[in-house]
Write a protein that binds this ligand. Structure first.
Ligand code: TXA
Ligand code: MG
Length: 341
């Protein structure tokens, strides 16, 4: 049902019904979620799921997250929704939180990229939930960007990346969280954090005191070693310009970037420090406010390319709270190049 002209829909009742109808008919529709926009398709229909991979240019071995509208929707999709999964669901769903469990036969191998597991998330965004509910289906949805580019946090960026490549785009407001969901796996001996997000490690530790942090969260995955989450091995969130992640105090960072020059050099900085920086400065959030950095990061990365920047230095956030998620995305955008001042 690929239409010749892209269907841009509003986030009204009629837009929600149209999006749900397209999903039921096997189409692909970009939808807002609280984290980033997602490119949705019926998770039970392998032909529909294949269209997601084509539209994004996504490697076939990178599995998709399946989105549901109610906790009870999880049960048919997994081997067992055990007490731990239920506790986590009751605490963190709906919200920016994804759990990986052993999958049931209902999940096509195209969704799980051949793994025997499935990633499940119940978004809190009212439009996302309304569309999933109206479709009456589990919905596979990766971020609605072209593979390799920063995830889209505004409808305009979705249109920029996917216009003409998908059946529909639901236009809504900018994403409130701004980085993708926290991903944990419950399929190993101990629970393990694979991707940090707005549900923080500190919050998870309250329920899962034995949770481990996968080494790929803060460091480059070793070559030729299998990674727990295939998405972690790809160069991600990457603008075309070369980025260096810079760790150090406000004063040291400002001195460091002010020692640089050139029209094609920029500093990603905190709002508070912008006026003290003499080269081009793009603020991505406030130092003390992790969510503001999460909200602003991907848009700031896209702005680097638009401004024709070739080299950018990014002032590193902390490695705790929501900042950990921002650090995790930035170190990937930087190709793991870190400068310690
Ligand atoms: O916030 C989000 O999670 C957004 C919105 C749209 O919901 N979605 C999202 O999807 O970020 P995506 O495809 O861009 O990232 C999913 C990540 C990838 O790194 C993928 O490898 C991992 O989750 N993943 C998915 N299923 C998995 C599985 N069964 N085992 C291990 N990793 C899995
Ligand atoms: Mg993605």
């Amino acid at each position: 049902m690929i239409t010749e002209k892209i269907n841009i829909m509003s986030d009204t009742d009629s837009g929600i019904s149209l999006a749900a109808e397209m999903l039921k008919q096997g189409g692909t529709v970009a939808i807002p979620t609280e984290t980033v926009y997602g490119l949705a398709a019926n998770a039970l229909d392998k032909v529909a799921v294949a269209k997601i991979f084509t539209a994004k240019g996504r490697p076939q071995d990178n599995p998709l997250i399946v989105h549901i509208a109610e906790i009870s929707d999880a049960e048919p999709l997994v081997e067992k929704f055990d007490d731990t999964a239920r506790l986590l669901a009751e605490r963190f769903w709906p919200g920016p939180f994804t759990m990986i469990l052993k999958r049931s036969d209902k999940i096509p191998k195209e969704v799980s990229a051949g793994l025997d597991t499935v990633a499940l998330r119940m978004p809190v965004h009212p439009i996302a939930r309304a569309i999933i509910k109206a479709a009456g289906l589990p919905i596979a949805a990766p971020s609605a960007n072209l593979s390799g580019s920063p995830s889209p946090t505004t409808a305009a960026r979705v249109i920029e990346d996917l216009d003409g490549k998908v059946d529909g785009i639901v236009v809504s407001s900018d994403c409130e969280v701004g980085v993708e969901s926290t991903v944990i796996t419950l399929t190993g001996e101990k629970p393990r954090l694979l991707r940090p997000g707005a549900v923080t490690l500190e919050q998870l530790l309250e329920i899962l005191p034995d949770i481990e942090v996968d080494s790929a969260v803060l460091a480059e995955p070793e070559k030729d070693k299998p990674v727990a989450s295939p998405g972690m091995k790809y160069k991600h969130y990457s603008p075309k310009c070369e980025i260096y992640l810079v760790e150090g105090s406000k004063e040291k960072y400002i001195d460091f970037v002010n020692s640089k020059s050139g029209d094609d050099t920029a500093a990603l900085c905190f709002f508070e420090d912008k006026d003290k920086i003499k080269i081009k400065a793009i603020p991505y959030g406030s130092k003390e406010d992790g969510i503001s950095k999460a909200q602003g990061l991907f848009e700031a990365l896209r702005q680097l390319d638009e401004a024709g920047i070739k080299i950018a230095f990014a002032h590193a956030p902390e490695k705790s709270g929501v900042d950990l998620a921002v650090y995790n995305r930035l170190i990937r955008a930087a190709g793991f190049k870190v400068i310690k001042l």
